[in-house]
Design a protein around this ligand. Sequence first.
Ligand code: SF4
Length: 93
Amino acid sequence: MSKTAAETQGPPCRGCAASVRVPQREVARILAAYLREHPQELADEATCAARLAACATCPDLVYGTTCRHCGCLVAVRARLKNAHCPDPRARAW
Ligand code: SF4
């Protein structure tokens, strides 16, 4: 039996899915939900701002919100004190 086009092509590209385009207003809600499951210290405001400034000029930032390496929303990842930039070539932070 031959496979359907959906079976041979796999899931749709995440880049085409509305769920990867997250408005800023959702970031606080997503961060709070993440912290409920993974309690941890947050980075201070200056550290977070410096991290987001690095992300803003990074060619691996997609949709203005998401890191191509880990799929994280950088506005969430940058808030986590012990997080780091996941770029395997050179960590920006
Ligand atoms: S690779 Fe690093 S600097 Fe670039 S978007 Fe991801 S976390 Fe930000």
